[in-house]
Design a protein around this ligand. Structure first.
Ligand SMILES: CC(=O)N[C@H]1[C@@H](OP(=O)(O)OP(=O)(O)OC[C@H]2O[C@@H](n3ccc(=O)[nH]c3=O)[C@H](O)[C@@H]2O)O[C@H](CO)[C@@H](O)[C@@H]1O
Ligand SMILES: C=C(OP(=O)(O)O)C(=O)O
Length: 429
């Protein structure tokens, strides 16, 4: 199993190219199930989750191919992917495939909308919380699907097709909004999604569906109105830049000091975390290339943060921000409001010398003068990268085990940081 070894203490200077967003690429790839024509996606990141989704889609009969530059060529690594679901050969998404990646459950929407039947393994719990699927089930039932849970599978049936309806989500869910928006695009009549997620990845999917012929208004607000159409066509769409990768590297620079331009990044996708980083002492400038992040001389200031759905501070940056706060002057309070168990990084950060006290959903972080390198491991993607950020500021060597978590969501992490002066390497095997 690969490991990452790094020695802390070097500032980061240079340029980091920001990849296409994992959390946009996944639903966009799933949208290929809605049409028998080719969907072409540009700027798809090379990640383990993307690779896994190719397997899942292949099982349903999607033909896919990849073109584009190899990783590392002129700093760009996005691949162009063609996906064609001319015929759906299997409407079952089996446990072995779905259990490794939660987003794969989202195929239930397109499959039942196009084929009138879908049998999808329940995704189960994971390291950050229980993550139920009740909003999906209730939403699809509102659209007229009959749903049965049997032997760990959600079986959805709508032999006469889905019908538009008003769906008021009991809570804000990114995945349920993606899934119901896709399903409603092929339903008869109008669907209104109230209390919808407003994340930029929802807008990206809506734009792609619109290019495929869907009629969608209000994506990016909490009410999305969809007029169903009989069929969708192929389209070409470019995946938006990854705001979580952007925020992660911005926090790494705030941690180590230095001056880095995050190429292709869009400041408008992460106003809340960038404002917090400025309060913490980083200088942030939106440029025509992306975002420039600097911290020279000044120390890190303690700032309190609470995670919220977009446009608030994202839960996917909570662990990274906690790593930064371990070196702040003073004490910060970090409140996790989205997932009930997203503090798996706390005990590992403590191994590096961090002082963090957990009380329910609130972590109190008392900044320390220095961190000391140690072997660590994490059980989820963002927790893993928080250990990289802490390790970059720690004295001596840090070894991060279970790198496959990082590979789910960070493209060429060691290469991107290494080019900016970090002493970091991957050890294979
Ligand atoms: C691939 C992808 O895009 N993953 C993102 C997506 O996950 P995901 O779409 O799974 O997260 P949700 O937005 O659905 O989850 C938000 C909250 O709603 C709850 N909930 C959700 C659905 C449901 O049927 N019932 C229910 O109670 C969840 O348990 C959680 O407490 O949004 C999360 C919140 O921004 C991010 O952390 C993930 O990185
Ligand atoms: C939690 C995440 O992903 P997933 O929803 O696929 O688990 C994430 O991207 O941080």
């Amino acid at each position: 199993m690969d490991r990452i070894r790094l020695r802390g203490g070097s500032p980061l200077n240079g340029t980091i190219p920001i990849s296409g967003a994992k959390n946009a690429a996944l639903p966009l790839m799933i949208a290929s199930l809605l049409t028998d024509e080719t969907l072409t996606l540009e700027n798809v990141p090379r990640l383990r989750d993307v690779h896994q989704l190719f397997h899942i889609l292949s099982n349903h009969g999607v033909d896919w191919s990849v073109e584009g530059k190899r990783a590392g060529q002129d700093g760009m690594s996005g691949q162009t992917v063609h996906l064609c679901a001319r015929a759906i050969v299997d409407t079952t998404a089996p446990y072995e495939l779905v259990s490794t990646m939660r987003a794969s459950f989202w195929v239930i929407g397109p499959l039942v909308a196009r084929m009138g039947v879908a049998r999808v393994s329940l995704p189960g719990g994971c390291a950050i919380g229980t993550r139920p699927v009740d909003f999906f089930i209730e939403g699809l039932q509102k659209l007229g699907a009959e749903i049965e849970i049997d032997q760990g599978y959600a079986i959805a049936k709508a032999p006469n097709g889905l019908r538009g309806a008003h769906i008021a989500f009991p809570g804000v869910s990114v995945g349920a909004t993606h899934t119901l928006m896709m399903a409603a695009s092929l339903a008869k009549g109008e669907t209104v999604l109230s209390n919808a997620a407003r994340e930029p990845e929802i807008v990206d999917l809506a734009q792609c569906l619109t290019a495929m012929g869907a009629k969608i208004e209000g994506a990016g607000t909490s009410e999305i109105v969809i007029q169903g159409v009989d069929r969708l066509s192929g389209a070409r769409h470019r995946v938006l830049p990854d705001r979580i990768e952007t925020g992660t590297y911005a926090m790494a620079v705030a941690m180590t000091g230095g001056d880095v331009t995050l190429d292709h990044a869009r400041a408008d996708l992460l106003s809340a975390p960038l404002a917090i980083l400025e309060q913490a002492g980083a200088e942030i400038t939106a440029t025509n290339r992306g975002i420039r992040v600097r911290r020279n001389g000044a120390g890190i200031t303690a700032v309190d943060v609470s995670t919220e759905p977009f446009p608030g501070f994202p839960t996917d940056l909570q662990a990274q921000f906690m790593a930064l706060m371990t070196r702040a002057k003073g004490t910060s309070h970090i409140t996790e409001t989205i997932f009930e168990n997203r503090f798996m990084h706390v005990q590992e950060l403590a191994r590096l010398g961090a002082k963090i006290h957990l009380d329910g959903q609130v972590a109190t972080v008392e900044g320390v003068e220095s961190l000391r390198g140690a072997p660590v491991m994490a059980t989820d993607l963002r927790a893993s990268v928080s250990l990289v950020i802490a390790g970059l500021a720690a004295e001596g060597e840090t070894t991060i085990n279970r790198v496959y978590h990082l590979d789910r969501g960070f493209e060429r992490l060691e290469d991107k940081l290494g080019r900016c002066g970090a002493d970091i390497e991957r050890i294979s095997g």
